[in-house]
Design a protein around this ligand. Structure first.
Ligand code: IPD
Length: 271
């Protein structure tokens, strides 16, 4: 077993435990404890509890590692490895009981290269896991792992199903909405499922032809981005306005066409 698979296995064990906690808290009732970038960008008690559990487990297993979590408590790495964690991606779905929210854990090296990742849909128990150079799998709750592979999308953009998402700040989402309105007539359809990590896992599973979103953070895309690239996608992080970043991902064979399409719609900067 190499280092990447060891990191993946730790990410899987901890994400699975945290997802069980998150699912239990959803059944018990969700408490909003704070807001972040705007009044609709909520933090729940379960976000904080899940992140504490994940941080504790990871740093107990590997004390010299760094930690970067959505809810704070960052730690600088001494080992070179940093864990990048979203304790609940899809918090609004979690709040409303829509079964699309996930725990996301990635390990990246000192150069920012993601080595391993695990994403668990806490509502359904689906586990997505990847290690760099080793491939990506999906394991349904109580089932066997299935190797993931992106779909053969073909060159005709009118046949592409595209996932995206929106930030929580009014001015930013107004621009995102206008860009999506330009994209919509040019593709098969748009999906907005509400959890960036699960969008990227869906791309890996061949359920989408592309994913693009401006304003996502490393904890949203690091683990699931590796799941997607190990399944045959190409993913780019593109600089956007005001220091924000956009993620563009599509099957490698059709990536260039997808990148051009979303730039023409104004979702990301052109190359
Ligand atoms: C959000 C989700 C959503 C995306 C937002 C993210 P959160 O993460 O991934 O799909 O559109 O950009 O902020 O806040 O639920 O962890």
């Amino acid at each position: 077993m190499g280092i990447n698979t060891d990191l993946r296995d730790l990410a899987v064990a901890v994400a699975t435990e945290a997802a069980e906690l998150v699912a239990r808290r959803q059944r018990e009732g969700v408490d909003v404890v704070a807001t972040k970038s705007s009044a609709i960008d909520v933090v729940t008690a379960a976000d904080e509890e899940s992140e504490l559990l994940i941080r504790g487990r990871l740093l107990a297993a590997r004390p010299g590692d760094g930690f970067l979590g959505e809810e704070g408590g960052d730690q600088v790495s001494e080992s070179g490895v940093t864990w990048v964690v979203d304790p609940i991606d899809g918090t609004v779905n979690f709040l409303y009981g829509i079964p699309q929210y996930a725990v996301s854990i990635a390990a990246r090296d000192a150069d920012g290269v993601v080595l391993a990742g695990a994403v668990v849909n806490a509502a359904t128990g689906h586990l997505f896991a990847a290690a760099l150079g080793v491939g990506a799998t999906c394991t349904p709750s109580g089932g066997e792992p299935v190797q993931l592979r992106v779909r053969d999308s073909g060159d005709d953009a009118r046949q592409w199903l595209v996932a995206t998402g929106f930030g929580y700040v009014e001015r930013v989402r107004a621009a995102q909405g206008a860009a999506v309105a330009r994209l919509l007539p040019r593709v098969r359809d748009i999906r907005r499922a509400g959890a960036a990590a699960l969008d990227l896992c869906a791309l890996a599973a061949g359920q989408l032809d592309g994913y693009v979103e401006e304003g996502v953070k490393p904890w949203d895309w690091s683990a699931a981005g590796l799941v997607a690239t190990e399944a045959g996608a190409r993913l780019e992080v593109v600089a956007a306005d005001d220091g924000r970043e956009a993620v563009v991902a599509a099957p490698a064979a059709t990536y260039d066409g997808f990148r051009t399409l979303v730039a023409e719609a104004g979702l990301v900067r052109p190359r």
